[in-house]
Design a protein around this ligand. Structure first.
Ligand code: NA7
Length: 563
């Protein structure tokens, strides 16, 4: 990665600017360098939470953000139909001055509304003054003599900080499979994660590759707009009904006094949504009662069917089959075309229910059932080759397209962390260290990286939880750790490798009796060929996770501590 000489920034000319309006010092080349207590990387929910909480501690915080605005995934994912699958009021920051003055218009807000929400957050918390946008981090190194992190960006910024807090998310780097002949295709080609907001599919023949959460959302919209749409599906998602509805200002005003209690209950729950589930297994009740519960949860909509149903669905293949069969019976009714039905809701479940991200939908199956929408099953006939103007599949079929949209996912969990020149105290890049597998301590820090913390990173509840709730729990722990360091005069902490091994063993133990390990997907980083897959999640829930982390703080268990 770039050394001091190569990152002279003279090329971009940015270093001459007063970047922060705050403390800065000149480096050996006369360039201005930011000096702060805490440098945050990323300005989505996680980075914003970190900036806000560290400010409250009275610390000087600065943030580098690669995008041109706040929001993280909501800044970058602007494809048609982008929408959150967590419902109001839980999908927002638990910061009173922010929620007191904001109302959402829908139970599950869409991308544009979430972008407006982030503008509101910025205005309310006066965040922009401490955030440097279009600042893509390319080099992070630890200086043992001065006990500081030095961070440089591609655009030429440089910062030094006592504490480095990385908030770059699980899903930042897009993943494009190595499809044969893809480079030859010369129609419009987009990855959903890099959508061109000006582009219209009206009158076009469109191919959509992928049927994960993004593929579902984009199909739901594009299928209504394009002339013809073909969806290429390898494994179908088991979508649940969103039961979207408009929210009124009045109902949110009435609920607002209860937000503190609801957010607290979210923190004390498994997935960030206060919810109850039966204490008994699926087969410890009558078939009638079982069906009644499943029907009720289906009517509630959202994630209720997955979160509030019988817990043994994720442990017992027989219970799992009941959930799948119930789900499939609902979906089959909505697909009149028998071929489409076979692909999207086959008789035999292609993978266990709930072991791969469940998207929410409103009219996905009706859109798929339209006569101008076709579904191609990639399991029976994979891609043979892309041509200049279309795609040939292994069954010999040639289809021509004006536009190909790849909804093929992300270099999940590790992608952002391994693409920022993040080096340990000995100079080894994390991308090389993690080739053999991820290691973290508490999902919050890494051995060899002193005074460095992460939010929404591997080996934590992340993908199985409501993002803002998980983030709040994690960042509060990180802030408490830094506060404790400052109070105790600790100048440097670093996770012990043995503590990381124990952490990994503990999270692997939690997952070993579940059905999760049977399914490959981005949840276990198995979606990118060649990448080391493995359990990336803390499956026992947010409340349990927070207690496990906090138990380590007293006496700094698992850390090397230097005063
Ligand atoms: P996902 O959930 O990783 O989905 C990617 C989709 O692309 C999925 O349907 C994959 O099929 C498909 N895919 C990936 N590689 C291939 C190849 N080589 N051939 C055919 N099809 C392929 O990403 P999303 O963007 O939908 O969602 C990511 C998260 O973003 C989501 O969970 C939300 O939290 C937001 P597969 O299922 O692997 O058979």
């Amino acid at each position: 990665m770039a050394d001091m000489e190569t990152v002279t920034m003279a090329d971009d000319g940015d270093f001459s600017k007063d970047l922060t309006g705050g403390t800065s010092m000149a480096d050996a080349y006369g360039h201005s360098s930011i000096l702060c207590d805490v440098l945050v990387i990323g300005a989505g929910f996680c980075g914003i939470t970190a900036i806000h909480r560290f400010r409250k501690l009275g610390m000087k915080v600065k943030c580098f953000e690669s995008g041109s605005g706040f929001g993280g995934v909501w800044h970058f994912n602007t494809y048609p139909g982008a929408r959150v699958d967590s419902e109001v009021p839980f999908y927002q920051l638990n910061i009173p001055e922010v929620w007191q003055s904001w109302t959402f218009s829908e139970r599950f807000p869409g991308g544009p509304e979430l972008q407006r929400y982030f503008e509101h957050v910025d205005k309310t918390l006066n965040l922009s003054k401490d955030v440097i946008f279009e600042a893509r981090v390319v080099d992070c190194s630890w200086g043992e003599s001065e006990l500081l992190w030095t961070v440089k960006t591609r655009q030429g910024h440089q910062a030094q900080a006592k504490y480095l807090v990385i908030c770059t998310g699980l899903l930042h780097y897009t993943f494009t499979p190595d499809f044969p002949g893809l480079e030859r295709y010369n129609g419009e080609l987009y990855h959903a994660g890099a959508w061109d907001g000006q582009y219209s599919v009206k009158g076009k023949r469109v191919a959509i590759v992928g049927a994960g959460s993004t593929g579902v959302q984009i199909t739901q919209e594009i299928g209504k707009q394009a002339d013809q749409t073909t969806v290429f599906v390898r494994r179908p998602s088991y979508c649940l009904p969103m039961h979207q509805r408009q929210l009124t200002v009045e109902e949110q005003s009435q609920l607002r006094p209860y937000y503190p209690a609801l957010f607290k209950a979210g923190r004390q729950s498994h997935a960030g949504f206060p919810s109850e589930r039966p204490q008994h297994g699926m087969f410890e009740t009558s078939a009638k009662e079982r069906t009644q519960l499943l029907e009720r949860l289906w009517e509630v909509g959202g994630a209720a069917f997955a979160l509030n149903g019988y817990n043994d669905v994720i442990f017992d293949p027989n219970a799992n089959k009941v959930a799948y069969d119930f789900w499939a019976s609902k979906v089959r009714r909505r697909l009149k075309d028998p071929e489409k039905r076979k692909i999207m809701a086959p008789d035999k479940a292609p993978y266990y229910f709930g072991t791969k991200r469940i998207p929410l939908e409103y009219d996905y199956y009706e859109v798929l059932d339209q006569p101008n929408v076709s579904i191609h099953d990639l399991r029976s006939a994979p891609f043979k080759t892309f041509l200049e103007d279309g795609i040939v599949t292994a069954d010999g079929k040639l289809r021509t397209f004006d536009t190909v949209i790849l909804a093929t996912g992300f270099d999940s969990h590790t992608g952002s962390l391994t693409h920022m020149g993040l080096r340990n105290k000995d100079g080894t890049d994390l991308k090389d260290e993690w080739k053999e597998g991820v290691h973290t301590y508490l999902g919050l820090t890494i051995s060899g990286y002193p005074n460095m913390f992460m939010g929404f990173a591997p080996q934590a509840p992340t993908a199985l939880s409501n993002g803002p709730t998980c983030i709040e729990a994690q960042i509060e722990i990180v802030v408490d750790m830094v506060h404790k360091m400052e109070l105790e005069g600790v100048r440097r902490i670093e996770a012990q490798p043995t503590a990381e091994e124990e952490w990994k063993a503990s999270i692997d133990e939690m997952v070993k009796d579940t059905l999760f390990p049977f399914t490959n997907s981005w949840w276990n980083a198995a979606n990118v060929p060649g990448k080391k897959a493995g359990n990336m999640l803390y499956v026992a829930g947010i409340e349990h996770y927070e207690a496990a982390c906090r138990a380590k703080l007293d006496g700094w268990k698992g850390f090397d501590v230097h005063h």
